[in-house]
Design a protein around this ligand. Structure first.
Ligand code: KDG
Ligand code: MG
Length: 475
């Protein structure tokens, strides 16, 4: 055996002993690894047989003692709606990070992926090596991508950025390059059963300080319309309630003809009654065919939307060309994307104006930084997805990125109800039209595990959609 090989073997043996010690420490600390309805705690099984997971070539930060991941907790909780949180603990006492890995309607699949497949790979790794960990978790398993794996990866990524910020004593936006703006201009939702009700909700939003409103109206003659079926969404409403969701999927009816007739009339009404100053947005929720989307974008031109969101299904990137050829209404796309590569054709062909993928489903801050930089080069702005069904750490991550990049566009936001803020404190704050994060180190969010246990997971599905003839349509 050469000296180099002997020294490699010795260093692997030392790391192995450290990992075993960490695992026994976890046992001493009564980390049971048992699952309950409210909280799953992922315990790394197999500490005795695993090799260290960090590349030995990557040395710890100069001047700081080496750091290791000692424990990964996966917490599933339902404070008004289901959330999956990832808490990563380190060898430095009291230093941990909190990420969000919530995938609406498939929460338990992500929790299982994290507990059974990902947590074992993290124990013993250096949490400072965020990019290396991202690459390892993305490319390492060979079976890369998909919403479940990418949401799990985002949860880990956010927790690691949180740790890095806490260790550096800086909010994450500082690590991303520092502030570029005073806050992230935010939009809220106004929806209703008719134009007057949408207008009323929009007025309340404006009175609260919003300058941008997404408007959705129930379509006459159709049972259930996306964005309106949970009842009137007030700007001060919560992030959505699992109580409003069915324990098995409900069915909404969609027909393009009445939808395409009604939506331009809604915006004609809103412009006439709310004036020119307010920024108006509309979400098609991936329901249209290319020529229908082109017609809607064209018909909406007189009302100068901030953007028309997600007009087509995520599979059909090329079809965005058709919308562009027919209209100057700005187009946003991306909340169903779960791969960085999904964004590439739309950005590089300039078929969209806003990329609005979900940080929680595309791989976290590490992925979002790359999307934002690519978009900047093609004059596309960001509009990260910010619904109630992703947890506060993802909303915080959205804002840390928003306020540190040059090509930020707009930020979708929700107000979390008290019960969610008790369990997951630290969501960004809204004031005078802008979202902001504070200056506390890391992402600024936490998880109260004791409170989380009070709200066990409740099965809940998103609705589905069908045409009047009974055939399946996109919800
Ligand atoms: O879970 C589905 C929601 O995240 C989605 O329907 C919300 O389209 C949405 C939006 O723009 O917020
Ligand atoms: Mg949407």
């Amino acid at each position: 055996m050469t000296d180099a090989n002997r020294s490699k073997q010795e260093s692997a043996r030392r790391s192995f002993l450290k990992i075993s010690a960490a695992a026994s420490l976890a046992e001493l600390l009564n980390w049971s690894g048992s699952s309950s309805a409210a909280s799953h705690t992922g315990k790394w099984e197999g500490a005795e047989t695993q090799a260290p997971q960090s590349s030995p070539a990557l040395s710890p930060l100069a001047g700081l003692p080496p750091l290791k991941i000692t424990e990964v907790r996966v917490i599933v909780t339902c404070p008004d709606r289901n959330y999956v949180l990832v808490k990563i603990l380190t060898s430095e006492p009291g230093l941990y990070g909190v990420g969000d890995a919530t995938l609406n309607g498939r929460e338990l699949a992500v929790a299982e992926d994290l507990e059974k497949h990902i947590a074992p790979l993290l124990i013993g790794r250096d949490p400072e090596q965020i990019e290396d960990t991202w690459q390892y978790l993305y490319r390492g398993p060979y079976w890369r991508g998909g919403p479940v794996q990418m949401t799990a990866l985002a949860g880990v990524d956010l927790a690691l950025w949180d740790i890095k910020g806490k260790r550096a004593g800086m909010p994450v936006y500082q690590l991303l390059g520092g502030r570029t703006r005073i806050g992230a201009m935010a939009y809220t939702h106004a929806s209703g059963k008719d134009f007057a009700e949408v207008e009323d909700v929009a007025r309340k939003a404006l009175a609260r300080g919003f300058k941008c409103v997404r408007a959705q109206v129930a379509i006459p003659g159709l049972e259930g319309t996306y964005g309106t079926s949970g009842g009137q969404k007030k700007p001060e409403a919560s992030a959505g309630r699992v109580a409003n969701m069915a324990s098995l999927p409900s069915t909404e009816i969609f027909e393009p003809a009445p939808y395409l007739r009604t939506v331009p009339r809604l915006f004609e009404h809103l412009r006439a009654n709310l004036g020119d100053e307010v920024e108006l947005l509309h979400d098609c929720h991936e329901k249209l065919d290319p020529i229908q989307a082109a017609r809607l974008a064209h018909d909406l031109e007189p009302y100068h939307l901030f953007f028309l969101e997600d007009p087509l299904r995520p599979e059909y990137k090329e079809s965005f060309r058709l919308i562009r050829e027919h209209s100057t209404t700005p187009i946003a796309m991306g909340e169903l994307f779960n791969s960085l590569w999904d964004c590439v054709p739309l950005i590089k062909e300039q078929w969209i104006d806003y990329i609005r993928c979900d940080l929680g489903h595309i791989g976290g801050i590490t992925a979002a930084r790359k999307v934002a930089i690519l978009a900047e080069l093609f004059q596309v702005r960001t509009a990260w997805h910010g619904p109630g069904d992703i947890g506060p750490p993802t909303h915080a991550a959205n804002v840390h990125v928003d306020i540190s990049i040059p090509n930020f566009g707009i930020q979708e936001m929700v107000f979390f109800p008290d019960v969610a803020r008790e369990v997951i404190p630290g969501a960004p704050e809204f004031k005078d039209g802008y979202m902001n994060v504070g200056d506390s180190p890391g992402l600024g969010c936490d998880v109260n595990e004791e409170a989380a246990r009070k709200y066990p997971y409740r099965r809940a599905y998103l609705p589905t959609a069908r045409r009047k003839d009974g055939s399946v349509h996109d919800w």
